[in-house]
Ligand binder design. Sequence first.
Ligand code: WQD
Length: 339
Amino acid sequence: MMKNILVTGGLGYIGSHTVVALHEAGFNPIIVDNCSNSSPLFLDRIAKIIGRAPLFYPVDVCDKKSLNEVFNSHEIQGVIHFAAFKSVGDSVKEPLKYYRNNINSLLTLLEVMNRHPTSTIIFSSSCSLYGDAKEQPVKETTPLEKSQSPYAHTKLVCEEILTATCFSEPQLNAISLRYFNPIGAHQSTIIGEAPIGVPSNLIPFLTQSVAGIRGPLTVHGSDYDTPDGTCIRDYIHVVDLAAAHVIALKRLLAKENETNYELFNIGTGKGYSVLECIKTFEEVNGIKVNYTMGPRREGDVVKVWADTTKANELLGWQATFDLKEMLRIAWQWQLSGNL
Ligand code: WQD
């Protein structure tokens, strides 16, 4: 029997790629998504790749009654919880919206799981919770500095909720994956990042700018304490990231986890500045990026990249794509007309 895996936010950017990876690994993904920042059209896109449309419930994870009905309707062996708001900048402007949605959705999910036999959950965490860390690359044990945005703080609070719940409920098995900066698209270019409105993340803005949909890219800050003055991030291919979820899920289902709550950094281990990304994009795609230097953006950390030793050794997971490959497919996705 194929195992049913509930994927909240399964029509979103990382969610849709993970649904494809789950299907390929022999799982039966069931999607729950309220489409607040995703499109129901992605169901057909996923179907085009995997040859069938997965089950989809247009449900808000904060809606306990409806979520409970989904759990009543299926025997769910595991949950991957993506559904959340994810813009650092928006969270500074609308903190209550972020706290309400991101924390409430996890609480609701854990309460509903508690009423059912499902005890396996993977949580979407973020490198942003390291804040301006004192050491780079950051390890899972690196002390967390002050959150630079409400978004980052919601991820920190959610991790603490999981820590406390796993302590009090030994039957619960959870893994938080701390993603670095996901970019790129599926090799088919049938799915990829499809932001609604003006993109706030670097690569979608950059590709839309180059495509002429937006004006010049603004580099947010050029006076940071980094070699070229721009922020440094660890960009990870969304397909590598999706694969990490499948591996983490298998670890939990096989009860190979060492404790009932584990954390892993999921990045490449390499940091690139904003200017390096622009330069690499121009080189690999043979096209100019029109950009200007602007002021710093509220909520940004200066630099962060991952020490991935723990994920490499315990999960046996490793990033396989480099920045060039990620920026090549990001541009192909923009050109595909599938956005
Ligand atoms: C990357 C760099 C910007 C836009 C956050 C979360 C992370 C993940 C991705 C959800 C920064 C600079 C950006 C632009 C720019 N979660 N930039 N001009 O904020 O590092 O990461 O989003 O999406 O968990 O922490 O990602 O892509 O917004 O920014 O110069 O128009 O690009 O200042 O240095 P971020 P990002």
